[in-house]
Design a protein around this ligand. Structure first.
Ligand code: ITT
Length: 200
């Protein structure tokens, strides 16, 4: 059966950086509703995996709005930290979502493991699970990743979250230094989006 194309969607996220990026990926003809207008409080993310939290958010926002919803659960895994902060990436920034604090914590935790780390290449990856949830209970979840390494200092003012300390594989600039359009076309969110693009 041919896929019924989605004509309007509610983006279930309270993260402005994500909203901007997701809106840029979606076709311009699509009617986008976002939580910036409706101010629905975020659900508590009780899952222990990106997939569980992504589904939990998409279902929650779809049930609140009675619309087709898309949610994103994402984060950064740093290998020397046993893949932390991972699903807890937002939590490391505290209640006020201060990513200077989160990045300081990353550097502190890495130094505890290896004081000489700034001279080394520390592998890491961003992960994103995007879920589309329909009001009839149908859903689709897809994962996207991008491998890279941790910069030994914060670099760049673009993007959001951990962008200033992540250098994608094969590049020299951090996501924070890249033009948004360059980041949007290679990152974890884009790699997840490619797998659900056919619904739009
Ligand atoms: P919503 O749940 O409302 O969407 P959130 O910020 O709480 O927003 P998450 O629970 O998925 O979202 O947390 C993911 C965190 O990982 C997010 O706060 C960012 O700091 C970080 N992150 C995810 N994708 C990122 C990206 O492309 N660049 C930089 N940091 C990113």
């Amino acid at each position: 059966m041919p896929i019924k194309k989605i004509k309007e969607i509610f983006i279930g996220s309270n993260n402005k950086g994500k909203l901007k990026e997701i809106a840029d990926l979606l076709p311009k003809s699509l009617k986008i509703y976002s939580n910036l207008e409706d101010k629905i409080p975020s659900p508590i993310e009780t899952g222990t995996t990106f997939k569980q939290n992504s589904l939990l958010k998409a279902k929650y926002f779809s049930e609140k709005t009675n619309k087709i919803c898309m949610s994103d659960d994402s984060g950064i895994e740093i290998d020397i930290l046993d893949k932390a902060p991972g699903v807890y990436s937002a939590d490391w920034s505290g209640k006020k979502r201060n990513f200077n604090l989160a990045i300081r914590k990353v550097f502190r935790e890495i130094s505890k493991k290896d004081n000489n780390w700034k001279k080394k290449s520390l592998s890491a990856r961003f992960i994103c699970v995007l879920t589309i949830y329909w009001p009839n209970g149908k859903f689709v979840s897809k994962i996207g990743k991008i491998d890279g390494r941790i910069s030994n200092m914060k670099r760049g003012k673009n993007g959001f979250g951990y962008d200033p300390i992540f250098i994608p594989k094969g590049k020299r600039l951090t996501f924070g230094e890249m033009e948004p359009n360059k980041k949007y076309r290679i990152d974890h969110r884009y790699n997840a989006f490619k797998k659900i693009k056919k619904y739009f």
